[in-house]
Ligand binder design. Structure first.
Ligand code: ZN
Length: 511
């Protein structure tokens, strides 16, 4: 029911980025570095070396026990598996070792009558893990959780130790970002709508917003035409797909009403106190939503964010002010460029409403099957092809892209670029596209797309992203959708034997 708020309980408790880090061979070095890091933190907390080693070993063991019953990222794409409504009594019967009334009182709530357990195996085994260790162990565990959360906001020695592990060992960074950048990130993360208001006053461009919202309308027209031309989908399902577009909520730039931060205490005494204050504010803001109507106008990103999103439970797309600028958008550039990157991003977000997850939510944001059985089977067959395509990409040494984990984003890229292409064609009104710099408009559109994904990552960071990020690395996103599109083959006259040629039988076309 997308019209009410519910409490979700998820898996948690480990300090490495994902449960796989505790078990898979490619993370052996990360595990070693993590042992050292946790030990160092306990030394900083005032323990002698021997005690710190003992505590670290225990904590690692506890985290690993929790991770054992956690779901991996790829299997978490299955929305149905994550939706397990539980009553108060069922929860207490499942996890007996936690006094849930006490827990919920502690966080400022009454125990809810119904909540959702996202990761069932984790909660079903939690009693077992809790019983395996003493109360004293759990106290040390909680200390570790707290210092880990606070480490970036304390003295520079603690901050450096945290950076040594999370920055250097895990992400391959050579040095910390300059202080002003770190401070700016924290402000954006904690009080993003204060920063956002200032950002919008200084940088928001009405002309860009008008052009982008016009592009969104054109993309939606192209989308409806593509839905109509799908031969693998029945009229019945098409009607529902169109209804999702009818009811789509569109957000541009910044929220209509800004968050009111007046109840938050911010001072100049302590950085950590400020962060705590912001965290408490956000916690209270969230729990106060319970029992109230869902605010579909709330934003999931701050205005300066260079990104965009689709939210399946509100059926909304949002484009923060930050993305409406070079290199993603340029009000002065020609349409081929703007459709190739901004247009494709708009199409990408729209397609999230029809990817492996979005396809399971209806026009009102409810988890509900709106497809006929045959149509959904056809869709599933098509998904398999794109999963296989990305599984075949080798990112580092023997490490492949995870086609299962990245399927939603890859479906969105392919659909998004396709819609952008057809929206661009429509904008030409039947005329031939202008040639610039020796390239036709169609060619420049594809070039703009590929250029949008130019990025660099160190190997350690890329390894982490491969394991945790639902997006494939940029170097694959830049070209993979093109190799599936007949429109690209036509624009560049691609033939068998060319590097980007793929045989017809394995090319994917979904939306
Ligand atoms: Zn996406």
């Amino acid at each position: 029911n997308s019209n009410r708020y519910l409490i979700y309980l998820g898996q948690t408790g480990y300090g490495l980025p994902d449960r796989d880090y505790y078990f898979l061979p490619q993370f052996e070095k990360n595990r070693e570095a993590y042992h050292k890091h946790v030990k160092n933190m306990f030394v900083i907390l005032g323990n002698n070396e021997a005690d710190a080693i003992k505590k670290e070993a225990k904590i690692y063991d506890m985290e690993k026990s929790l991770a054992e019953f956690a779901m991996n990222r790829a299997s978490q794409r299955d929305i149905q598996k994550l939706y397990n409504p539980y009553s108060k009594k069922q929860l207490q019967d499942t996890v007996k070792k936690i006094n849930w009334d006490l827990y919920f009182t502690g966080i400022g709530l009454k125990t809810p009558d119904t909540l959702v357990i996202e990761h069932l195996s984790f909660y079903k085994n939690l009693d077992k893990v809790i019983a395996k260790y003493s109360i004293g162990d759990w106290k040390e565990f909680m200390k570790w959780r707290l210092i880990r959360r606070a480490s970036g906001y304390l003295d520079s020695k603690t901050e450096m130790e945290s950076f040594e592990f999370y920055g250097k060992a895990l992400s391959g960074a050579k040095e910390m970002k300059p202080r002003w950048k770190r401070a700016q990130n924290e402000i954006n993360r904690n009080v993003g709508e204060i920063l956002g208001k200032l950002y919008v006053e200084s940088y928001f461009n009405q002309e860009s917003k008008d052009k982008v919202s016009k592009m969104v309308e054109n993309l939606i027209v192209a989308y409806r035409e593509r839905i109509a031309s799908r031969t693998w989908m029945s009229e019945e399902t098409k009607k529902e797909a169109n209804r999702k577009l009818d009811k789509l909520i569109k957000k541009f730039g910044f929220p209509d009403t800004w968050k009111d931060y007046s109840s938050m205490a911010i001072g100049t005494n302590s950085y950590w106190e400020n962060v705590k204050s912001a965290t408490v504010y956000e916690h209270n803001r969230n729990i106060n939503k319970l029992g109230k109507p869902v605010d579909k106008m709330e934003w999931g990103m701050t205005p300066p964010t260079v990104n965009a999103y689709y939210n399946p439970t509100t059926n909304e797309i949002a484009f923060p002010a930050g993305i409406m600028q070079i290199p993603f958008f340029n009000a002065k550039a020609d349409d081929a460029f703007n459709y190739g990157i901004m247009g494709a991003i708009i199409g990408h977000e729209l397609t999230h409403g029809f990817d492996d997850q979005g396809s399971q939510f209806d026009a009102d944001g409810n988890l509900k099957m709106w497809w006929t059985e045959t149509d959904y089977k056809n869709f599933t067959e098509k998904k398999k092809l794109i999963i296989e395509q990305f599984n075949s990409f080798v990112a580092i040494d023997t490490l492949h892209v995870n086609g299962e984990l990245t399927q939603g984003e890859n479906i969105a890229d392919l659909g998004g670029l396709t819609m952008a292409y057809y929206a661009y064609k429509k904008s030409l009104n039947g005329k031939k596209s202008p040639v610039m710099g020796g390239f036709t408009g169609e060619q420049r559109l594809f070039i703009a797309w590929a250029q949008g994904w130019k990025n660099l990552a160190r190997e350690a960071a890329e390894k982490q992203l491969l394991a945790t990020d639902p997006h494939a690395p940029g170097k694959f996103r830049g070209f993979a959708p093109l190799t599936n599109m007949p429109e690209f083959y036509e624009a560049f006259n691609i033939k068998e034997g060319d590097k980007m040629y793929r045989p017809q039988a394995v090319r994917v076309e979904i939306w």
